[in-house]
Ligand binder design. Structure first.
Ligand code: AMP
Length: 395
């Protein structure tokens, strides 16, 4: 079965073509600057990198050009994709699982733009485009929020008037669900234990970061909330704040909601604190001589450390901690900062193993560490392809 995985942003379209017989990625890439000048598509197809300069008026032009490339290279003559899996950021209160797209599902995804104005509208447009380009091919929506539907009400309820929360759907939803589930499953495999019988803390740390407590195969708490702003500091997002900060800044700086949202989403986090960059690698490079870069990094590390402690408490114990995504997989500095302060939980970091770069999952704790710590590369695209296969194999 050939599955095309699409992740549509407002001016971009990421794609992966996965052969499910071996769960192998045949092609992946991204079309960028859709709807703008100087558009381009870059890809890796069967290990070969390529690039096409192309102005694309919309997602349909982009997807057509991507399919032309795939047909010229990896798709066997006459073959078509068997299903399309779409990454959808927000599934709101109703989608606790992936869904085969129907008109009603698509409408609900569009209506959920209320929660995710930057993410759900492009995802819906990606779905419409794929429906036009692949008529009759089943399409599946895989929601970033779905894995977190298992959280108990006391973990997802905000301390606001209950009726207001009911009316507006205000609650913790959580994100990166496909990544947390994939990485937690892989961790259980690495531990040699059943997924439904262990307590795992997954630290997904990238441009956007979230940390999840996975208890017996289910998400029981996660650091992101109604939106992907809550939790640890991120590239440009603030993470947790005293809500009083918001009213103070709005009043003092005369900001409206849009101005505040831009401040919290685009100008804060590592970028805001360091003044250097939103990119963790650049912050790390600068922190030897730049005090604010060092501070930004420490604020992130400290945030991760506190969530690990909180989630060990939430699960009344923890069997493994795992780091994933761009920072989690690559920043030995961050991992060492955090692990060196987890000796009370029994963590013994293997300093050499922590420095090794590898694309496969591995432990970075010593063999006699009471609490194992692992690094596992995430693979959200494969999870989306698996979901698309699961829901359409018998269609
Ligand atoms: P992602 O959103 O998962 O692609 O992660 C992007 C983040 O990973 C950026 O902040 C990068 O700077 C960070 N990153 C990638 N490689 C490294 C590295 N070697 N050391 C520190 N951070 C890294």
């Amino acid at each position: 079965m050939l599955i095309l995985v699409l992740n549509a942003g407002s001016s971009s379209l990421k794609f992966n073509l996965v052969d499910m017989s071996e769960e192998k990625t045949l092609a992946d890439g991204i079309a960028e600057r859709i709807g703008l000048s100087e558009g381009f598509i870059r890809w890796t197809i069967q290990g070969e990198k390529g690039r096409l300069e192309l102005d694309m008026a919309n997602h349909k032009v982009a997807l057509s050009a991507i399919m032309d490339q795939l047909r010229d290279t990896v798709l066997p003559p006459g073959a078509e994709v068997d299903a399309v899996g779409h990454r959808v950021a927000h599934g709101g209160p109703n989608f606790g699982d992936s869904e085969v797209i129907t008109p009603a599902v698509l409408k609900e995804i569009e209506d959920l733009a209320f929660y995710a104005p930057l993410h759900n509208p492009p995802a819906a447009s990606g779905i419409r485009t794929a429906q036009e380009i692949f008529p009759g091919v089943p399409q599946v929506a895989v929601f970033d929020t779905a894995f977190h539907h298992s959280m108990p009400d006391y973990a997802y309820t905000y301390g606001l008037p209950y009726e207001l929360c009911q009316k507006l759907g205000l609650r913790r939803y959580g994100f990166h669900g496909t990544s947390h589930k994939y990485v937690a499953e892989k961790t259980a495999e690495l531990l040699g234990r059943p997924f439904d019988a262990c307590k795992i803390i997954v630290c997904h740390l990238g441009n956007g970061s979230s940390i999840t407590a996975v208890h017996n195969g289910r998400s029981v708490d996660t650091s992101m909330g109604l939106t992907p702003l809550e939790g640890v500091v991120m590239g440009t997002r603030s993470g947790n704040l005293d809500p009083g900060v918001l009213t103070t800044v709005m009043e003092q700086e005369q900001l409206d909601a849009a101005g505040l949202s831009a401040l919290l989403n685009k100008k804060s986090g590592l970028l805001g604190i360091s003044g250097v960059s939103s990119d963790c690698r650049e912050v790390e490079e600068a922190m030897g001589k730049n005090r604010r870069a060092r501070l930004a990094h420490e604020v992130l590390c400290y945030g991760v450390l506190k969530y690990v402690g909180a989630y060990a408490a939430a699960m009344n114990g923890v069997d493994a901690i795992v780091f994933t995504a761009g920072i989690g997989e690559n920043s030995a500095d961050l991992r060492a900062w955090v692990c060196d302060r987890l000796t009370y939980l029994g963590v013994k970091l293997d300093a050499e193993a922590n420095k090794v770069r590898s694309k496969s999952g591995r432990f970075i704790s010593t063999p006699d560490s009471r609490l194992p710590v692992a690094v596992i590369p995430t693979n959200e695209e494969l999870m989306i392809a698996r979901e698309a296969q699961r829901l359409t194999a018998n269609a």
